[in-house]
Design a protein. Structure first.
Length: 113
């Protein structure tokens, strides 16, 4: 073992540099990916209505980070913005699960009733 170490130090072959993998290009979310993920969140949104008893449509701006993680979910200005109901809907929307994808943003209306 010591001979191998000494041989390498005396001018044996240099290790070859490893190739750096290029960043993989992820697919965009399809309409069905978005609908499936957001429909899965609806039971949590229903809990928001059951807790606060405020009916209406909470429009949420969803931002998905590269890889499929929710980067942000913000209730847009309107009836639910800045309210406990709105904060509950934002928290519910942040639990959405997407397949690995490129970053994107989209609006989503949640019906509370």
């Amino acid at each position: 073992m010591l001979d191998q170490v000494n041989t390498n130090r005396r001018g044996g072959e240099e290790p070859k540099p490893k190739k750096v993998a290029t960043a993989a290009v992820l697919p965009s979310l399809s309409q069905s990916d978005i609908v499936s993920a957001m429909k899965a969140v609806q039971p949590r949104v229903k809990e928001c209505f059951n807790q606060y008893k405020v009916a209406g449509i909470a429009n949420v701006s969803i931002s998905v980070a590269k890889g499929g993680r929710i980067a942000s979910a913000t209730v847009t200005p309107g009836k639910f913005a800045g309210t406990p109901s709105g904060a509950c809907v934002e928290a519910a929307a942040k639990t959405a699960k997407f397949p690995p994808c490129e970053a994107m943003s989209f609006p989503w209306p949640f019906q509370l009733h």
